[in-house]
Design a protein around this ligand. Structure first.
Ligand SMILES: [Zn+2]
Length: 367
């Protein structure tokens, strides 16, 4: 029953860096994270050696072994064994089946170890309290962020569990937010989306956003840092201005079928791998947005969607020239991305995966 309820929960995180934490507390947290890291790697080695890829909870004798070896509590041992077994399981599912080496110092702390309360007093907003059970006893005052405030204002509940970690020498806490997933919409229309970053994110209901992103990318300096973070936030910002209210189903290209070189070629600094990364990031943002809005996201085969005429239902290689689409059969003239977005809408409406099955069902209905 509990798992069924959890399936209907959406989860998001918001990271806060603990730059204001005093040196003494910082050191305690650091030591704790290092210890957790060692224990988890111990469990990973153990599960890997046993070929236990089930991801199941560790038995008590196993937990006790770590307890004796590292001098930790049973409860902390159980929590770390759980994370280790999930790590082993997900690694085993991957193509490369090498034993995982924990590079990150990240630990998930359940409500046995931590409480989160509003901070009493000035200067901070949250009081994150490590309450023992194997974790150190410690009060960590935390300042709220814009993202946290936005989530709380839009009905997200703060979870009792946090994640804590170390990245490039900085300590951070991830607050986890939960919200009931809305039911899928029963009204609205099917809309296709295509994007190649020169013209932004193009929707078949004539909305276009993010036109400036390509220009910004071209303006990046060769060794500029944080470019991906900036592009991601630009994409996120662009999607905010989309009107989602009339959309029931969003039809996009299947990421698995998008070829690496297919998208717009970037300058040598921003190569094809970046453009592929861009599309993947866009898809991730859309997945979240659609989930929150109750919009069904469907993926389609991009095969020939850029050369197919959405007006006369005929395909020709010569139809597409750069940004311009002009049908050699019926003369239909439009922007290439609009045509592709429209084709994705066609596939979405017809409920088929690719143009081949679309055409065969179309021919059948014509006779
Ligand atoms: Zn045509």
């Amino acid at each position: 029953m509990a798992s069924k309820r959890n399936k209907n929960l959406m989860k998001r995180t918001a990271r806060v860096y603990l730059n204001d934490l005093n040196a003494g507390k910082s050191e305690i947290v650091r030591q704790f994270l290092f210890q957790c890291h060692d224990v988890m790697q111990y469990f990973i080695d153990l599960f890997w050696q046993r070929k236990d890829f089930s991801g199941k909870l560790a038995d008590l004798p196993t937990v006790h072994r770590a307890r004796q070896r590292f001098g930790i509590t049973t409860r902390l041992g159980q929590a770390l064994a759980k994370q280790a077994s999930e790590c082993v399981r997900s690694q085993h599912k991957k193509y490369s089946k090498r034993k995982p080496q924990l590079r990150w110092h990240t630990v998930t702390l359940f409500y046995h170890f931590v409480t989160i309360k509003p901070f009493k007093g000035d200067g901070f907003d949250w009081c994150v309290k490590l309450i023992g059970s194997g974790a150190p006893k410690l009060i960590i005052p935390v300042k709220s962020t814009k993202l946290i405030n936005q989530r709380l204002a839009s009905g997200w509940q703060i979870s009792k569990t946090i994640r804590m970690g170390l990245r490039k020498g900085c300590l951070w806490i991830d607050f986890i937010f939960e919200k009931q997933r809305p039911p899928l919409r029963t009204f609205g229309r099917v809309v296709g989306m295509d994007s190649n970053y020169k013209s932004g994110v193009v929707f078949s209901n004539c909305q276009v956003v993010g036109e400036g992103i390509y220009q910004r990318i071209q303006g990046f300096k060769k060794r500029q840092k944080h470019t991906r973070t900036e592009i991601k936030s630009m994409l996120g910002y662009a999607l905010k201005s989309v009107d989602w209210s009339s959309i029931k189903v969003l039809s996009i290209e299947d990421l698995k079928k998008v070829k690496h070189g297919k998208r717009e070629t970037f300058s040598r600094v921003f190569n094809r791998r970046l453009s592929h990364w861009l599309y993947r990031t866009l898809v991730q943002l859309l997945e979240r947005k659609c989930e929150e809005e109750g919009i069904q996201l469907v993926v389609k085969d991009p095969f020939k969607t850029s050369q197919f005429c959405s007006r006369c239902n005929r395909w020709d290689r010569r139809n597409r020239k750069g940004d311009r689409f002009k049908c050699v059969h019926c003369g239909y003239l439009t922007h290439a991305d609009h045509n592709a977005a429209h084709n994705l809408e066609l596939l979405g409406v017809a409920g088929v995966y690719g143009l081949r099955s679309y055409l065969s069902s179309f021919r059948q209905s014509v006779g």
